[in-house]
Design a binder for this molecule. Structure first.
Ligand code: ADP
Ligand code: MG
Length: 254
């Protein structure tokens, strides 16, 4: 049995006295698509942010390919990592947020090429070509010079996906990527994500799009009140679950 590419082991997180993650385990194998569902406030975003150490777990570790995120071995002791080391680990995980978080003053192309150019030190010409190819791959050929404000929400989110892909991540993390979009713009973004899944990208997707989750997920993870209540195939969760909390949640959203 191979290592999981991404593994969260007994993650706890508190905000003050609010115990937001209560011992969460997650294992994502290479090429797997996992969709995380659950009510608002159940800890989905916090879990996703713990996976790339945007939040520091109070207990438990996240491993990428067996390597603890945010920590390095010093002798036989794990020490919190310095920012440069953490930045190198984070590059291996692309993150896409509900709110796009594009640089407003930069064109679509410049948003996509910024990190590879700064971090990888590749030439301007190569960076431009890669960025243009990525924009074309998410259906935005011809929009290279548009600023975010000149693009629809769905187009902005596709720029954000292209930007995350530009660092050639091993895993893509999505936090409700379509929740801020007008309904008619959701489909194009989901189609791009479906394409990534078909190409074998490893993905963890927090989503309220249940039919999308049923369609693309290898595993659906249902969270409630800081716990993973159950995880299984889409059929296990959407059709066969008898867990009262899962059944109650699904009856409200389906
Ligand atoms: P979800 O994404 O499932 O809606 P979140 O992970 O955003 O849930 O939030 C889980 C709980 O943690 C909520 O009670 C929320 O208010 C709290 N929370 C999230 N982020 C913070 C923060 N930065 N500071 C304080 N409380 C937070
Ligand atoms: Mg959230």
């Amino acid at each position: 049995m191979s290592w999981p590419l991404l593994k969260a082991d007994n993650i706890h997180k508190y905000f003050g006295s609010n115990h937001v993650l209560r011992g969460v385990d997650l294992e994502v194998r290479k090429g797997q698509v996992q969709c995380v569902i659950g009510p608002s406030g159940s800890g989905k975003s916090t879990l996703l942010r713990c996976l790339n150490f945007l939040e520091r777990p109070d207990q438990g570790y996240v491993y990428l390919d067996g390597e603890p995120i945010g920590y390095a071995w010093s002798g036989n002791e794990l020490r919190e990592m310095r920012p440069a080391g953490l930045a190198r680990q984070r590059e291996r995980m692309g993150m896409v947020f509900q709110s796009f978080n594009l640089f407003a003053h930069l064109s679509a192309l410049d948003n996509v090429k910024l990190a590879p150019r700064l971090v990888n030190g590749i030439s301007e010409g190569v960076a431009r070509q890669q960025a243009a190819d990525l924009l074309a791959a998410v259906g935005l050929q011809g929009k290279e010079d548009h600023k975010p404000a000149q693009l629809s929400g769905g187009q902005q989110q596709r720029v954000a996906i292209a930007r995350a892909l530009a660092m050639k991540p091993e895993v893509m993390l999505f936090d409700e990527p379509t929740s801020a979009l007008d309904p008619e713009l959701v489909g194009d973004v989901l189609d791009v994500m479906r394409g990534l899944a078909d190409d074998g990208m490893t993905m963890v997707i927090v989503t309220h799009e249940m039919s999308f989750a049923a369609d693309v997920a290898d595993q659906v993870v249902f969270m409630d009140e800081g716990n993973v209540v159950e995880a299984g195939t889409p059929e296990d969760i959407f059709s066969r679950s008898s867990h009262p909390r899962t059944v109650s949640f699904l009856s409200r959203v389906l």
